[in-house]
Design a protein around this ligand. Structure first.
Ligand code: SF4
Length: 392
């Protein structure tokens, strides 16, 4: 692995750039009194840990309002460990990858066992060993490294998406980053400053977010341009090598909004061990060949809830993409005809007033339906509004 210039030179340049240009206002990296940490001072690990899990697969500006709301509702480890899982899922609604929320909850209980309730607000009583963090649900090596370096200013390397990109460009790796992990981890550890590990890791993440961006990196203002093989010898846009992505298949889904005679709506809770387990949804399912979408809705509801419904007016249709598939939803209002609803393919069924839908955690696709339904029924939507903030 060829590195241009000395490690000390790379560290100095990056830290100098960070001092001038880094994102020093990230709220979970501040001390409890809101000021920037002095070197080696401990920062309360709880807010950092929550932010790090939210940041997996999600950008900082998206995470920020979710994190603020989370900290208001679950300000410390004890509050989180004793919280109801439905409330936790409701706070995660819209962030996607819902298993992360469940794992945070599981991890909070394990952490309480590890450090005790009373000492959980003392930064020094939290684990500082990378393996102890990695043993907690939802925490991999990079997340553990980021928590340890951010909270305790200890030299633990990281390798998130931003860092992978910078390091792949520095050494002009011709491999796909996911197939070059060993080398990139080695480089991350090699470059890490022993004197300012917290700042160094943050500097890498900030450089990736502000300068060494996925497309059209701003190499002309980059502090590492003299050490970057991709910049010197190639087009940095070509690094890291991209994985060939398979095109996600499009599936047709029909959903029914089933009303009873009291104007209540039928919702079902997904099985605990399924994807998005514990979340609520509207009944329906996948369209079979040679079936109209109305027939799909009526059949699925008959099979999964044991009742007969008659589809009425179409409320909306839209596409929603997941990491591995793309779904096209068609949603119809339905009239309940006969039968007794049974949770055949779900863990629970409820009749709820449409105004109360926002009190239940629904996957993102379903929140679009709730929004349209409320508009249709003239209900003011009191759903938590997520606004992005001005952090870069
Ligand atoms: Fe990234 Fe360009 Fe800097 Fe290299 S010179 S690290 S490609 S921004």
């Amino acid at each position: 692995m060829k590195i241009l210039n000395s490690i000390k030179d790379i560290q100095d340049k990056l830290l100098e750039w960070f001092d001038e240009n880094g994102r020093h206002n990230i709220p979970w990296k501040l001390k409890i009194d809101g000021t920037n940490p002095q070197s080696r001072e401990l920062i309360y690990p709880y807010p950092i840990w929550i932010a790090e899990i939210m940041l997996q697969q999600t950008q900082l500006k998206v995470v920020l309002p979710y994190w603020v709301r989370w900290m208001n509702s679950f300000p410390d480890l004890n509050a989180l460990a004793s919280a109801d899982e439905q409330k936790i899922l409701l706070h995660w609604q819209g962030l996607g990858y819902y298993s992360r929320a469940k794992r945070i909850h599981q991890a909070s209980k394990l952490l309480i066992k590890l450090i005790g309730k009373s000492s959980s607000i003392v930064p020094a009583s939290w684990p500082v060993d990378i393996e102890e963090w990695k043993n907690l649900p939802g925490i991999g090596r990079s997340t553990a490294g980021s928590i340890i370096s951010s909270a305790f200013d200890l030299p633990a390397p990281i390798l998130d998406g931003n860092v992978k990109r910078i390091l792949s460009r520095l050494i002009a790796s011709h491999k796909i980053a996911s197939q070059d992990q060993k080398r990139l981890w080695k480089l991350s550890a090699l470059l890490l400053s022993e004197h300012r590990p917290r700042d160094f890791n943050q500097a890498l993440m900030d450089l990736g977010a502000i300068v060494c961006t996925p497309r059209k990196p701003s190499c002309s203002i980059c502090p590492l341009q003299n050490s970057c093989l991709a910049y010197i010898n190639y087009d940095p846009d070509d690094f890291p090598k991209k994985e060939m992505k398979k095109r996600n298949p499009l599936e047709e889904i029909g959903l029914g909004l089933v009303f009873n005679q009291y104007g209540q709506l039928l919702i079902d809770q997904r099985l605990e061990n399924s994807s998005m387990g514990g979340m609520w949804e509207f009944p329906g399912g996948k369209k079979e060949p040679n079936e109209s979408i109305q027939e799909t809705i009526e059949r699925e509801i008959r099979e999964e809830l044991g009742i007969n419904v008659k589809t009425g007016k179409k409320l909306l249709s839209f596409e929603h993409s997941y990491s591995h598939k793309k779904l096209h939803f068609t949603v119809h209002l339905c009239e309940f005809k006969s039968g007794v609803p049974k949770a055949i393919a779900s863990q629970k069924l409820l009749w709820v007033d449409p105004e109360r839908l926002c009190d239940f955690p629904f996957p993102a696709a379903n929140t679009k339906i709730i929004y349209e339904l409320h508009k249709h029924l003239g209900i003011k939507n009191k759903k938590f509004k997520i606004t992005t903030q001005s952090l870069r």
